[in-house]
Write a protein that binds this ligand. Structure first.
Ligand code: NAG
Length: 232
């Protein structure tokens, strides 16, 4: 009940992404604040890596209609929001879930459990989500078409999104069944090639078809068979 109520407001709030571009000073700051809010929702929700990954996917799926909207400014806002939320998520992954200090997760845990303070209640807070919880196949298919978008800004952000997704996924544990399906060495190679593309397109204008081709070949190496199967 509370959750569905929250969801209702959440979706209504995301509706601001559909606002026209004018008056630009007002709309721009509204969108910026909305994106900050999405990051805050991700940081404050969930107890551990797993529930945060669920929250991440939930937010990203809500953003899908904007990412693929027919209006350019909506796609731009959608992609920038996805990128911001992913950056927050990556920082959580590298900083350790629940270790962020400024968020109440840990202190609440101590009070709730009434148990001994400190290390004994830490392990669950540090549980990383596994790679499968990112639904990589589904997510990449949501953003890959945007890497060939007609809008320059959308294309750049979309490629960054894909690089970030694989940057995060390579730092996460894998389920046993898919673990031997991913060749780490070629994955790191493909990811650094993706990151090269990101830095090149920031500096210069490059042949779009060539760039898209390179993104697709990297993605083919980086996705596991299981993840590709989910797509087809
Ligand atoms: C992911 O990105 C961070 C920050 O740019 C970097 O330090 C890290 O090495 C990257 N991870 C991989 C697997 O490339």
């Amino acid at each position: 009940m509370i959750l569905s109520c929250f969801m209702f407001h959440f979706q209504a709030t995301l509706g601001f992404f559909a606002l026209p571009t004018e008056p630009s000073n007002i709309v721009e700051s509204l969108i910026t604040n909305l994106i900050i809010l999405l990051g805050a929702i991700l940081l404050t929700s969930g107890e551990d890596g797993r529930s945060r990954a669920e929250q991440l996917l939930h937010i990203l799926r809500q953003l899908d209609p904007y990412v693929s909207a027919s209006a350019e400014h909506q796609r731009r806002r959608g992609c920038v929001a996805v990128h911001e939320v992913l950056v927050k998520f990556r920082n959580l992954c590298s900083g350790g879930f629940g270790a962020s200090g400024s968020y109440p997760t840990l202190s609440l845990k101590h009070i709730d459990q009434g148990g001994p303070r400190g290390s004994s209640s830490l392990p669950s807070a540090f549980v990383l989500p596994n790679r499968d919880s990112l639904s990589l196949g589904e997510r990449i298919m949501a953003y890959l078409p945007r890497c060939a978008d007609t809008d320059d800004e959308v294309r750049k952000v979309a490629i960054q999104i894909i690089a970030l997704f694989f940057n995060i996924s390579l730092s996460l544990p894998k389920q046993k069944t898919s673990a031997n399906d991913i060749d780490l060495e070629s994955s790191y190679g493909a990811l650094s090639s993706l990151e090269d593309i990101v830095s090149i397109i920031r500096r210069a204008s490059v042949d779009q078809i060539e760039v898209f081709h390179r993104v697709v070949s990297s993605v083919c190496i980086l996705l596991s068979k299981d993840e590709v199967n989910i797509i087809s």
